[in-house]
Design a protein around this ligand. Structure first.
Ligand code: ATP
Ligand code: MG
Length: 365
């Protein structure tokens, strides 16, 4: 059913919680749409979770299972797609070390997504050395699978740009690819690594439920920021979260109805993203602007819309929650398949770097 063994997709998630609506529109929808056309690899990046919670290994382990359960609940099929655990694929670590030699340190520290994470997760200057390292590691997570496409949300674009730079440098230095080569031709010109393409979701950055950050912009929905609706939330929790969500405070104070601005209000971002009744949304947005409908009515409709979307996922999730062994087996089979590809990549990379001394084999039981 796949177009060819070489057409691969790689993407994934950090096990710092469960999957939320931002993941769904930012990346999961694309994964579901593409799982028939490509060989899909979905990484659960557990080592990256240690960047902010090295002191909570049991939570990380629990979250690995939660994310895998979410994958299955969303409809990712472990027979067609490969879901796997990052730390059980040693080729990724080996590539990380070599790739770290190809990126200037200051280049990593200028990565705007790292800066945003340091600010939004309030890490100050207390983050470990491994925090900026994870951005280099992510180049290896991706390139170990030599994929064509990487479906992600907008916040990942700086990481993917770094991945593209690493691929070009590796191919130029170790595979003799001419620096003038167009990105799409790196592999046909003899390069090992493709200069990968990001694939953004229908919504590039879904906002969270909370108030804007210090810069006045609404924060992205994130597992770590306590501002998410999870795909595993029950109907009551969805209701409570929506009823409690931030709405533009000016909306309440506005004496001139023209002052109310739907773009400052995450309620409308959510309706535009999830409500299939576009006529309802257009009509009510106008009414809202003119002070003819209040937050509560718009929130009630949103609760209905979100519960309709989440209900089937929740039901399938219940099935897997009761069968953790099935979830672990899907990960075991996936991790074996992932290692087959990643071992081949690291072997080829070492050949290109003239560091291929002995043959070896890796066994997962
Ligand atoms: P954390 O807060 O721990 O960083 P996260 O919620 O940002 O977690 P990740 O595991 O870092 O989630 O991201 C997994 C994928 O989901 C990435 O491709 C990311 O771009 C995408 N994604 C995460 N949040 C959103 C969002 N709010 N809107 C769109 N895409 C998102
Ligand atoms: Mg993130």
């Amino acid at each position: 059913m796949t177009t060819s063994a070489n057409q691969r997709i790689l993407t994934g998630d950090t096990p710092t919680g469960k999957l939320h609506l931002g993941h769904y529109v930012g990346s999961v929808e694309n994964r579901l749409a593409l799982q028939d056309q490509y060989d899909c690899y979905f990484i659960i990046a557990n080592k990256h979770a240690f960047t902010t919670r090295a002191d909570r290994p049991a939570d990380i382990r629990q979250s690995v299972i939660e994310i895998a359960t979410d994958y299955l609940a969303c409809g990712i099929d472990p027979n067609r797609s490969t879901m796997f655990i990052q730390s059980e694929v040693p080729a990724i670590d080996e590539l990380t070390f070599f790739f770290a030699m190809l990126i200037p340190f200051n280049r990593v520290m200028r990565n705007p997504t790292l800066k945003d994470e340091i600010r939004d997760k309030e890490l100050g200057d207390n983050y470990p050395f491994g925090f900026p390292m994870y951005a280099v590691g992510q180049c290896a997570d991706i390139l170990a699978f030599r994929p064509e496409l990487v479906p992600v949300g907008e916040d990942q674009l700086p990481h993917l740009e770094m991945t593209r730079e690493v691929a070009r440098r590796f191919d130029q230095i170790y595979c003799g690819v001419d620096p003038q080569t167009e990105d799409k031709n790196y592999v046909s010109a003899g390069g090992l690594f493709p200069v990968i393409q990001p694939k953004l979701g229908r919504v590039k950055r879904l906002v969270g439920l909370g108030a804007p950050g210090p810069d006045g912009n609404l924060l992205k929905m994130s597992k770590s920021l306590n501002n998410a609706i999870f795909l595993s939330d029950d109907a009551d929790t969805v209701q409570k979260k929506v009823m409690g969500m931030y709405t533009d405070p000016k909306r309440l104070r506005a004496t001139d109805p023209g002052e109310t601005d739907p773009s400052k209000n995450p309620l409308w971002a959510f309706h535009e993203t999830f409500n299939p009744e576009t006529a309802w949304v257009d009509e009510h947005r106008d009414m809202y602007k003119n002070g003819k409908v209040g937050d509560v009515a718009v929130k009630k409709k949103l609760i209905e819309v979100l519960n309709t979307l989440i209900e089937p996922i929740r039901n399938r999730r219940r099935h897997y929650e009761q069968r953790p062994d099935e979830v672990l087996d899907a990960l075991r089979i996936g991790t074996k398949r992932a290692n087959a590809v990643a071992e081949e990549t690291v072997q080829l990379a070492k050949q290109a770097m003239k560091q291929d001394y002995f043959p070896r084999e890796l066994i997962i039981r």
